[in-house]
Design a protein around this ligand. Structure first.
Ligand code: ITT
Ligand code: NA
Length: 198
């Protein structure tokens, strides 16, 4: 059993590979299909962008395709970087520059005002079907020093109070159990077998 995920982010690919292995699925991503286009993310919401990625690639491959649009919503920055999380410091995605920019923008902001949420919208698209949409959120705080070397993206700056660790200090397994992406995948697993039948 194989599931195709329309992402070229290696961090996401690694997490999805583990999350779907539990269900007996092998994951393929756009890293396995270099000939397929990069889908331009012109949407104004996570859902619009996830739809663009999933529906475009499903139409090309003529088979079901999953896409993830995700990002970090920082309260003190009025929700930025949000849907712009990958390109916060410009294109192409540069995680070190994104994290440096985030720390810079939060200079002088006290701990109690550094609350943030990781959001993930998953869209599962198939030719001639209404897409299935699920979401997951993960609450935390933006730290002042990057810590940990697991995960990807903003994980070293995303402090999880319940764990007293940053997301990058969690094991891959623990992150998948409690993250925005792990939660969204759990919801997807509850719904997709029914959805595929209809
Ligand atoms: P694809 O579109 O190819 O999937 P992308 O990285 O461009 O890859 P998005 O447009 O959804 O994906 O941007 C998501 C960004 O949000 C990602 O690049 C990270 O900067 C951040 N992000 C999302 N989930 C994260 C996580 O679990 N840990 C750390 N950062 C995350
Ligand atoms: Na993207």
């Amino acid at each position: 059993k194989t599931i195709v995920i329309a992402t070229r982010n290696p961090g996401k690919a690694k997490e999805f590979t583990k999350l779907f292995a539990e269900k007996g699925y092998q994951v393929k991503t756009l890293l396995d299909y270099p000939e397929l286009p990069d889908v331009e993310e012109t949407g104004r919401t996570f859902e619009e962008n996830a739809r663009l990625k999933a529906e475009t690639i499903a139409a090309i491959l003529k088979q079901p395709v999953l896409a993830d649009d995700s990002g970090l919503i920082v309260d003190a920055l009025d929700g930025m970087p949000g849907i712009f999380s990958a390109r916060f410091a410009g294109e192409p995605t540069n995680n070190a520059a994104n994290n440096a920019k985030l720390l810079h923008e939060l200079t002088g902001v006290p701990k109690e005002k550094r609350t943030a949420t990781f959001h993930c919208t998953l869209v599962f698209a198939a030719p001639d079907k209404e897409s299935l949409v699920v979401e997951g959120d993960w609450a935390g705080e933006i730290g002042t020093i990057p810590r940990g070397d697991h995960g990807f993206g903003y994980d070293p700056l995303f402090f999880v109070p319940e764990e007293q660790k940053t997301a990058a200090e969690l094991s891959d397994e623990r992150k998948n159990e409690i993250s925005h992406r792990g939660l969204a995948v759990a919801k997807l697993k509850d719904q997709w077998e029914n959805w595929l039948k209809n």
